[in-house]
Structure formats: C-alpha cells, structure tokens
Design a protein. Structure first.
Length: 182
C-alpha cells in the first residue's frame, strides 16, 4: 500500500479535515440493501481498528439506501463467508436517513449508484463532502472501481467483496488516523 496516494486525494483530504473530534471518528458504510457489502465493511473496519488498538477512537455503523430488509441480520451467505474469516456479522439492517449526515463524519458508499443516491439525499453542501467511495481506498493494483454487489453472485462474489473490503478498510483506517491526529 502507498499511503501517499490516499493522502494526495483532495476529496479524502477535504472529508478528513471536517472530522469534528479526531478522538471520536464516526464512520458509516452504505450500500443498497445493508445486508451484504456495508455490514461486511462495518465488521471488517471494527476488526481492523481492534488489530491496531485504536478501537476507542472509532464509532462504526452501516446502513442501506433501500428499505427492503429493515431489521434483518446480514445475508446468511455473507455471514457464513465472514465467519470463515473469524468475523461475526450481527448488524441489524436499517435505512440511511438525513440525520446520518449530521451524526457521522465520513459516509462511505460501496458503488457509484449508492454514492449518487447519498449525494441526492445529503441535506447540505458540507455534508456532501463527507461522502466518499470505498474504491477510493483500494490498493492501486486493484482491478475494480467499486465493491461489486454479490447478491446475485455465487461464493466467489462474496469472497471478492471480503478481500476488497479487508484492504480498503485498513487503508481507510491508516489514512484517517495518520491525518486526523494533530
Ligand atoms: P447489498 O446487496 O447492497 O450489498 O446489501 C443487496 C442486497 C439485497 C438487495 C440488493 C443488494 N435487494 O435488492 O434485495
């Protein structure tokens, strides 16, 4: 990983500069259904800050732009693939709301469609600057420009999502921790 490439991204810099309290960084991961990609990102991000011993600096949550699965646990296929990596996903699905744009510092979209929907519902220009795409934290060698929706895919799709998110959440953690602490 090359931290410089993330540090050089003006969109990432602008979002980090708006973090209210660097000792209490609030990040929300967002996909369409909130049963596959974003709960996996939430779980992997939590695992990655625990690995770093910095979990007390982070509040981590996830939500969906859609309302199809509210109250449900993550998709059983995603739970099974995550469990094989030592990760228990027990988030309960919820829909993103306007208040999230006030309550969170960073709002991370899994693909460009989630991103466009979030931009549309952001209540202020300032809150639009909080929205980034997960792909902005991919390693430069990654061949994807978004986190592909695995819902209609087989096992490989779920494994790919977990691989992409493992690297991207670590890069997000390192970039934010390095740049937000004075
Ligand atoms: P996710 O995947 O956005 O990664 O949670 C999906 C889950 C459910 C649906 C679409 C995507 N759905 O249409 O029900």
């Amino acid at each position: 990983m090359n931290l410089l490439e993330f540090n050089d991204n003006p969109r990432i810099r602008r979002a980090i500069a708006q973090i209210e309290n660097p000792k209490n960084i609030k990040v929300l991961f967002v996909c369409l259904g909130n049963i596959c990609r974003s709960p996996a990102a939430e779980g992997l991000m939590r695992q990655s800050v625990i690995e770093n011993g910095t979990e007390n600096r982070w509040e981590i949550d996830s939500a969906g732009t859609g309302n199809y699965h509210i109250g449900e646990l993550p998709d059983p296929r995603m739970r099974a693939h995550a469990r094989r990596r030592g990760l228990e996903l027990d988030h309960r699905c919820r829909q993103v709301s306007e208040s999230d744009f006030y309550n969170f510092d960073l709002i991370i979209a899994m693909d460009s469609s989630n991103y466009a929907n979030l931009r549309r519902i952001a209540p202020t220009a300032e809150s639009q600057d909080k929205i980034l795409q997960m792909a902005e934290f991919f390693d430069s060698c990654t061949n994807c420009d978004h986190v592909p929706d695995p819902y209609y895919d087989g096992a490989d799709g779920f494994e790919l999502v977990l691989d992409l998110l493992t690297a991207a959440t670590r890069n997000l953690r390192d970039t934010v921790e390095t740049n937000s602490l004075a």
